[in-house]
Design a protein around this ligand. Structure first.
Ligand code: FES
Length: 107
């Protein structure tokens, strides 16, 4: 299974194993990371699963859908060019090593 890393706002990082078919949000919540709230449960309705994708990875993710793009305009932390919703990032084998940075706040 691919492993991905979450970098917390204090700079510490956790590299964790994923399970088949999980989203990055599901991986984070399964590990109890505070930086992801995921209030809507992954239905692309809340934007509390906001992450910053490491610059080396942003071009390797599938393009975002319109609803993700619209929701990212309402994130609590600043939207940056590498902002994505982690519930919309499906972990596939080619994302082994992915690095996601957690924002300072989600609400
Ligand atoms: S969990 Fe709500 S938008 Fe991702």
């Amino acid at each position: 299974m691919p492993t991905i890393s979450f970098v917390h706002p204090d700079g510490k990082s956790d590299r964790v194993e994923t399970s088949d078919g999980e989203s990055a949000m599901q991986v984070a919540t399964r590990h109890g990371f505070d930086g992801i709230l995921a209030e809507c449960g992954g239905n692309a309705m809340c934007a509390t699963c906001h992450v910053y994708v490491d610059e080396n990875w942003i071009a390797r993710l599938p393009a975002m859908a319109e609803d993700e793009d619209a929701l990212l305009d309402g994130t609590a932390a600043a939207r940056l060019p590498n902002s994505r919703l982690s519930c919309q990032i499906r972990i596939t084998p080619d994302l082994d090593g992915l690095v996601l940075k957690l924002p300072e706040r989600q609400v």
